[in-house]
Design a protein around this ligand. Sequence first.
Ligand SMILES: *Cc1c(COP(=O)(O)O)cnc(C)c1O
Length: 371
Amino acid sequence: MKIPLVDLHAQHNAMQAEIAAAMSSVMADSAFVGNPANPYVRAFEEQFAAFTQTAHCVACGNGTDSLEILLAAAGVGRGDEVLVPAVSWIATSEAVTTCGATPVFVDVLRDEYTMDPACAESKLTSRTVAIIPVHLYGAPARMSELCAFAQRHNLFLLEDCAQAHGATYQGRQVGLFGHAASYSFFPSKNLGALGDAGAMTTNDAALARRARMIAQHGQSEYKHDHQIEGRNSRMDGLQAAVLSAKLRHLPAWTSARKTLSRRYRLNLEGLVDGMQSLPEGSDSVFHLFVIELTERSAAAEALAKAGISTAVQYPAPLPLLRAYEHLGFSVADFPNAAAMTSRILSLPLYPELAVAQQDYVISNLAALRRR
Ligand SMILES: *Cc1c(COP(=O)(O)O)cnc(C)c1O
């Protein structure tokens, strides 16, 4: 049996007619570029604001731009330090650097894999102005501690929700705890476009206005009225129309991810060397299902031989990547991040994964344990 890590064909085949209708509508209107007048982009913004229960959604080019634009809109720049977790996709720390500030890496909690609030506290300096918790693999970070910490020190709290569309923490959706949230619609994310797209959400009208202005060359709501130098980060009309169609399916897809993850968890207990724990009262949307194995590479190889695709997301803590070599960090500086990244393995997980396929993955992992 061949089982991919992610199967976008399955999703797109099931909704081919909806996607085709969305695309031909955009083509009929020639509404390709996400300028302020684009009805598809504006409609998606409204729908996504409703989904995230926020007052404002600003669409943009991708989930890296959304982080960077929000930081810039909040006035973060040269001389400032921003706390980021040691385990994430590089976009989280990269956005800090590209807006002129310095990322300060914080170790993660060993079992939850998200930013350790106590470690964040220890990295605070007089230059710290912002903090970016990442809801990694769809699991909420420890928001009660992180919010209290951010409030105590007057930090701009930006939630990186790129992997966590609709996850909840103590009954509230992630993205509502900070000043703003950043989303990615990279094709393989829980809500994915047919290419690049991203969005920013916030309840702060002034912040939303400024973010929108930055994303459209510094223009106010009037064309050619450039208040500042901004940049170009637009969501295509085609992507917006496809995302609107897909957003209607997101609750069902999320519930399928949860059901499958619950099954993985029940059946893999004792067969693997660890699984992500969730903070009290939180609900993950399982962007990924990640296990820990001490003999990871042998296991991945055996699974691949059986036709099962797996991945290591991510193979190293951010501060130990070549890109940050100049900072001179070693494994000892991020013991939890180093320990988890040396053992993690992502298993196939997508809403259309059949129970028989999942059972095949589970039985192959069981066979490994028996060897
Ligand atoms: C995917 C991702 C991003 C970046 O999103 P892009 O749309 O690929 O630019 C940022 N942060 C995290 C945690 C991500 O997973």
